[in-house]
Design a protein around this ligand. Sequence first.
Ligand code: FAD
Length: 450
Amino acid sequence: MGLREELGGITAVLDGAAAAYLNDSTEVRGLHGRADAVVLPESAEEVATVLAWCYEHDVAIVARGGGTGYAGGAVPDGGVVLALERLNRVRSFDPLLWRMNVEAGVTTGDVRRLAREQGLMFPPDPGGAEQSQIGGNIATNAGGPHAFKYGVTGKWVTGVEAAVPPGELITVGGPTRKDVAGYDLKSLLIGSEGTLGIVTAAWLRLVPAPEAAFPVAAFYDGIAAGCRAIERVYGSGLEVAALEYLDGGTLGATGASFPMGMPAGAGFLVITEADGSAAEAARLRDETAAVLGEGALSVSSPSAPEEIAALWRWRDGVTFAVSAQLGAKLSEDLAVPLDRLEDAIEGTLEIGRRYDLPACSWGHAGDGNVHSTFLLAPEDPEQLERASRAADDLLAMALQLGGTVSGEHGLGLVRSGWLARQWGERAVALHAQIKGDFDPKGLMNPGKKV
Ligand SMILES: Cc1cc2nc3c(=O)[nH]c(=O)nc-3n(C[C@H](O)[C@H](O)[C@H](O)COP(=O)(O)OP(=O)(O)OC[C@H]3O[C@@H](n4cnc5c(N)ncnc54)[C@H](O)[C@@H]3O)c2cc1C
């Protein structure tokens, strides 16, 4: 019997050529995978049984969530793709206890909506939330604009159920909000990009949703004025929920559709959001607007719900608008200490000039997280090759500035090997040892992260 027939005895199997399961958001930089089979298990037990079969037969196994990842983490190079979309049940939801237990394939958007309907909030808000899954968010420890105040996904996970080699289900943590009994295996699985185990379900922590959330958007003539404004928000002790930026090149691609109108000469945009009780949010919004107003070309603070929704919808579309300029883009996901943010934004443009590539950046300024981007024509392989070399310069710049090669997207395939340049030898060796303890045969998402 062949691989597909044997797996078919365990769960639903698609043909290995099922194209929709072989790429992720790095497709625009030319990354395509190949697989011998794609399986669609329906339960955690089926996931563990597939893993056990793969382990016994030395077959690589690549977990796939919504395929929105920006690191090529879900792109297979042979073996079995295990897609989690059919593990989409909400196992329990206790609004009065601010917690939810969901299977890995529930989308981020559904978790957030469900919480919201009960007056609660699941704060992590990576873009692509209608497609990305909680399992994928956990596997990448995803961030998003509101990670500035609320932290990344891991902060909101109290327990993880996962299938681990050679094919067993483990549960680390649960509904308990505090647990220091063992080594923090839950946190090892969070951000492990499918290289240690396959997340099948998670216990999520929720908070009461703030009564109000008011954005403030301020345009500046350039990077220096914008970065000074960001520093002033920090220095003034204003605890905004989100602190985002877009540089001039990004505004060139998207500014024309900015909902409140972009002033002439705009070369940088800062967006914040103030949340809390209606009174607190309004006070914080007004103070933030005053601080951002210094040196700004314009400041707007929409308060009508439809205007606020339009602003965030516009912000969510930035990545697509930038891609649409030439048809493709190559983005890196650097994070640097806050006092080096301006250097990282300027450095991105300088590297673009060095390689003769149109460059821009935007990102989560409050976390020093810079989405450095080169625009590409998809049909030009020489340009893609140049952009790949330029991307290496970006990663080297992040390290030189004391930052990291990935603030939220992970290493995946595209940044594989870079950890050894970011960390010291012993730390990297411990990292590899942990991988070996979980996955002695090296079959879990091979070629990624480690
Ligand atoms: C428009 C857009 C905006 C984005 N904005 C943000 C942002 O603001 N912040 C941010 O952090 N990210 C952002 N992303 C990236 C992406 O959405 C996140 O990385 C997301 O968490 C990936 O989830 P996914 O379900 O799509 O995972 P996939 O892309 O399917 O997989 C990502 C990685 O996780 C592994 N994986 C997936 N599911 C599991 C599982 N159940 N168990 C074990 N491993 C698993 C895969 O093997 C792969 O290594 C954005 C993407 C898009 C397209």
